[in-house]
Design a binder for this molecule. Structure first.
Ligand code: ZN
Length: 255
């Protein structure tokens, strides 16, 4: 249910259509908001960064190291930067992470405006909307790195654990939302994890990473195989603030 293949054609056409419309409107200055956001004379527009996946991964690690040392300087948040990216965005990484208020990617990695393309939901799963967002970022915005990041004591994963362990049920859409996490819990339990919750957090990430690496659309797989895109898995530690990139995957030569 998570691969979004059932309506892939329609989604992609609609998405690319939106992108095309957006590009056309931007080019012709038809959007009212664009007119208001037009940079004043002399404001340099942002240029696409020419970073490869390994360089971006290193940036994120260094940003988290600064965060750990308590000297994290938020990325560029100034008005000049806002104006520079008002007409185009060049994020360097896609983050698939949890909605948990304690896990804000820009803060953890010391990034600012226009640097991270973030997909967040409780439990960092990938449904059709998330997959389409990810594909858009990779294919249209040329983002070279995807980070799937779970975190310590995730409530959504804990809920999935309680489904498996106690047959718990949840109201509204919560039960359906955590359904995709249940297989990760079962996997972790089958392996005899001592700490089932934490093992499930990691397994939930690993399953998503594996799916992206092996079962994505060709437009994603081609980039992975040619080394232009890397998909990595990580876990954020609520207690000490560190991000453990525990699954960096194979490093592929870029072609
Ligand atoms: Zn969470």
């Amino acid at each position: 249910m998570l691969d979004g293949r059932s309506d892939e054609g329609m989604s992609r056409r609609a998405l690319m259509g939106c992108a095309a419309i957006g590009a056309a409107a931007t080019a012709s200055g038809m959007l009212g908001g664009m007119a208001r956001a037009a940079p004043p004379a002399g404001t340099a527009l942002a240029a696409p960064p020419s970073l490869n996946p390994d360089q971006v991964l290193l940036q994120l690690k260094q940003g988290n190291a600064r965060f750990l040392q308590g000297r994290a300087v938020p990325g560029d948040l100034q008005g000049r930067r806002r104006l520079a990216i008002a007409r185009a965005q060049y994020p360097v990484a896609v983050l698939v992470s949890c909605s948990d208020s304690r896990v804000p990617p820009e803060v953890l990695f010391g990034k600012g405006l226009g640097e991270l393309f973030i997909i967040r939901n409780a439990g960092n799963t990938i449904d059709t909307a998330a997959m389409g967002s990810l594909e858009y970022a990779v294919v249209e915005l040329n983002v070279p790195l995807v980070v799937v990041m779970g975190h310590e004591r995730c409530g959504a994963v804990a809920a999935a654990v309680s489904v498996v362990e106690k047959g718990a049920t949840f109201p509204g859409s919560i039960g359906r939302m955590i359904e995709p996490i249940v297989p990760a819990v079962l996997d972790a339990r089958r392996r005899g994890a001592a700490d089932l919750l934490d093992a499930s957090v990691r397994m939930n990430v690993s399953r998503t990473v594996g799916r992206l690496r092996d079962f994505s659309e060709p437009m994603i797989l081609d980039r992975i195989r040619s080394g232009r895109l890397r998909v990595v898995g990580a876990r954020y530690d609520l207690d000490d603030g560190s991000v453990d990139f525990f699954d960096e995957g194979p490093v592929r030569p870029r072609t």
